[in-house]
Design a protein around this ligand. Structure first.
Ligand SMILES: [Zn+2]
Ligand SMILES: [Zn+2]
Ligand SMILES: [Zn+2]
Length: 346
């Protein structure tokens, strides 16, 4: 009985502590593996509303700006996938590779208001959120254990949204996630061959015949990618070549208001198509840590280009298996862009 109680208590405090990272020796992807324990629903008030007794530890706060945004905070995730303490201890198990789930997992509380989502916020509030995100990424990149830091948002029931409060999340990992690694390798290879950024080239071509462009502003563009993975997939990226989101957002030349407005309108468009989506920021990996084995750091500032990917989730039915290995989009990106453009969004 006492043992049961202890286990229950441990699960409540450290529900995911038995996790480890394992590398697939064939695809070279890192996988988080562990016997997860069902977390009982936490009764009581929202932990992210002001004054909550059960509030997680606050890591950073941005006070209100002169434009009327904020204050907003970054907090430790109540049930983190990665833990800040300790060393990764990368080790072999025969031919296999494994390491501890060392990293950071934070919740970015976008607003002190429980019922205002990003696309309902003012451009000043969205700018504040972008600044907090950039500052957290810069801060975590100062920790040389971390190779990659990113921000993402799971919204809606089909995206396994975890909290009612409007939040995004941020993770710092001791490895570069698979999808980003594909992009980094591909952009490096393209650059080696052409000495140009594949994202800049793509954008240039799309702007010349703007059938997949949704909005082209002075500094930022939203567009449906040529080979969308899901219907209505939409990306936001800077027109000028910039590898690092965090560097460009915190620089004086950032056109934050323009980007904030574009994010707000893009999410309004997405929400009129689907109630659930994934949003992920892809930015340059941690270049403080130079790797001689993994050559992609060498030209990364020239070959990689930061962007935000938004993937709406249409329907909740699981896909047949073959569509998990090959993407299939039943609405072309040209039709998606046209529909997005025709929506009356302000
Ligand atoms: Zn709340
Ligand atoms: Zn570029
Ligand atoms: Zn990407």
């Amino acid at each position: 009985m006492a043992n049961h109680l202890l286990t229950a208590l441990a699960n409540l405090c450290f529900p995911r502590c038995s996790m480890e990272l394992r590398k697939d020796p064939i695809t070279r992807s890192w996988v988080i593996v562990g016997d997860d324990v069902e977390r009982p629903a936490q009764p009581g008030h929202c932990p992210f509303c002001p004054g909550a007794q059960n509030a997680p530890q606050v890591i950073a706060t941005l006070n209100g700006n002169e434009l009327g945004g904020g204050p907003i905070s970054a907090m430790v995730h109540p049930a983190p996938l990665y833990r800040i303490e300790g060393e990764p201890h990368r080790h072999a198990e025969g031919i296999y590779d494994a390491m501890n789930t060392v990293g950071a997992h934070e919740v970015l509380v976008q607003s002190i208001r429980h019922d205002i989502e990003l696309w309902q916020s003012s451009d000043a509030e969205i700018s504040q959120f972008l600044l907090l995100t950039a500052q957290r990424i810069q801060d975590l990149k100062g920790d040389l254990r971390f190779k990659y830091v990113t921000m993402f948002k799971n919204h809606g029931p089909a995206a396994s949204q975890e909290f009612d409060h409007p939040v995004s999340e941020l993770t710092a990992t001791t490895f570069v996630p698979r999808r980003v690694l594909y992009e980094l390798r591909a952009s490096r290879d393209y650059y080696l061959e052409k000495e140009r950024c594949v994202f800049c080239d793509t954008l240039g071509q799309e702007l010349r015949n703007p059938i997949r462009i949704v909005e082209a502003l002075n500094h930022y563009v939203s567009m449906c990618p040529f080979a969308s993975r899901v219907p209505y997939e939409i990306w936001i990226m800077p027109r000028k070549h910039e590898s690092s989101f965090e560097r460009s957002i915190t620089s004086k030349s950032a056109h934050l208001g323009e980007l904030a407005g574009l994010i707000r309108r893009t999410l309004q468009r997405v929400m009129s198509i689907s109630e659930s989506f994934y949003l992920v920021l892809h930015t340059v990996p941690n270049t403080y840590q130079k790797s001689n084995i993994l050559q992609y750091w060498k030209t990364v500032d020239e070959d990689y280009h930061w962007h935000i990917e938004i993937l709406p989730i249409m329907g909740t039915k699981a896909k047949p298996y073959f569509l998990k290995e090959v993407y299939y989009t039943h609405i072309s990106s040209e039709s998606a862009a046209e529909k997005y453009r025709k929506l009356s969004i302000r």
